[in-house]
Design a protein around this ligand. Structure first.
Ligand SMILES: Nc1ncnc2c1ncn2[C@@H]1O[C@H](COP(=O)(O)OP(=O)(O)OP(=O)(O)O)[C@@H](O)[C@H]1O
Length: 277
């Protein structure tokens, strides 16, 4: 499997993915989740979650369908607030403040904590307008400044060279993999601190998947990334640490290499070896 991926990567002219850098426990926490519970009505979807997310690392969230992975990352930017009947308890400390406090502005949080979804969802607008959308909402009107932000963000999302001559083209006319990188550029344009990714490659072909994985590796130097994935090889390739969720609980959280080679919990081992899920 690993050799097959390497061959695909070579054929597509992609660089080999570097291993995640040496993991340092001293790296500051960007999020510290403490005893988080979440209910959809009567359904207890997240149970006593304790989970640190460290700066400039890729943290993978794995686990079978329905175990609460998306719910968890949507809590990190309070997108769950948009769903009726949701109740939470516990704390999520972000840069020293509990984001679940009523006084914490979800709009402010979402500027700092961007999100990329499973299915690329560009607006039916030009490539330029997709990327300039967030900065414009934040009041940036200068054409020169917007041009700079658009270029920087598209470069950051490794798609500038492909689209620089057709910035006025509709973003929806691009391929799925290109659309996903436009969505990543759109997230970068407001200079977030954290990027949440909910299965960002599940709708992409193998080459686009590897391109996005390569990009995630590059973004790690400047951002903290939390990625939900069903793909164990992907988690192994790109993440420094992994949390295994099951039935709304975190069963195990560890360095990815350690968890995949020597999991502590039998349920983790069963899941990553494909015995269920
Ligand atoms: N809007 C909602 N209203 C009620 N229940 C919900 C809602 N969204 C999710 N749930 C339930 O919460 C639980 C966790 O769902 P969630 O989408 O977080 O799981 P997941 O691990 O991301 O699954 P998948 O891998 O299939 O995307 C599931 O039982 C799901 O049915």
């Amino acid at each position: 499997m690993v050799q097959m991926i390497e061959r695909t990567r070579e054929r597509a002219g992609l660089k080999a993915i570097s291993r995640p850098p040496e993991l340092a426990d001293a790296r500051p926490l960007v999020f510290d989740t403490k005893r988080l519970n979440l209910w959809y009505g009567n359904h207890h979807a997240l149970k006593n979650i304790d989970l640190p997310i460290r700066e400039n690392e890729v943290t993978a969230i794995i686990g079978p369908s329905g175990c609460g992975k998306s719910t968890y990352i949507k809590t990190l930017n309070r997108m769950v607030d948009l769903i009726g009947g949701v109740r939470t308890s516990g704390e999520i400390i972000y840069r020293g403040r509990n984001i679940l406090d009523r006084g914490f502005s979800p709009e402010e949080l979402r500027t700092r904590v961007g999100m990329v979804f499973q299915k690329p969802n560009p607006f039916p607008k030009s490539i330029y307008d997709n990327v300039a959308y967030g900065p414009r909402i934040h009041g940036i009107r200068s054409k020169k400044l917007l041009d700079e932000i658009v270029e920087k963000s598209l470069r950051g999302a490794a798609i500038w060279e492909e689209v620089k001559d057709r910035l006025k083209a509709n973003a929806c006319s691009l391929s799925g993999g290109q659309q996903q990188r436009i969505c990543i550029a759109r997230a970068l344009a407001v200079e977030p601190d954290v990027i949440l990714m909910d299965e960002p490659t599940s709708a992409l072909d193998p080459i686009s998947t590897l391109r996005v994985e390569e990009l995630v590796q590059e973004l790690r130097d400047d951002y903290s990334i939390v990625i939900v994935t069903h793909n164990m090889q992907q988690a192994g390739r790109i993440s420094g640490r992994t949390a295994f969720f099951l039935n709304g609980e975190v069963i195990e959280y560890d360095e990815t290499g350690k968890m995949f080679s020597n999991p502590e919990d039998k349920r983790t081992e069963d899941y990553i070896s494909g015995r269920f899920g």
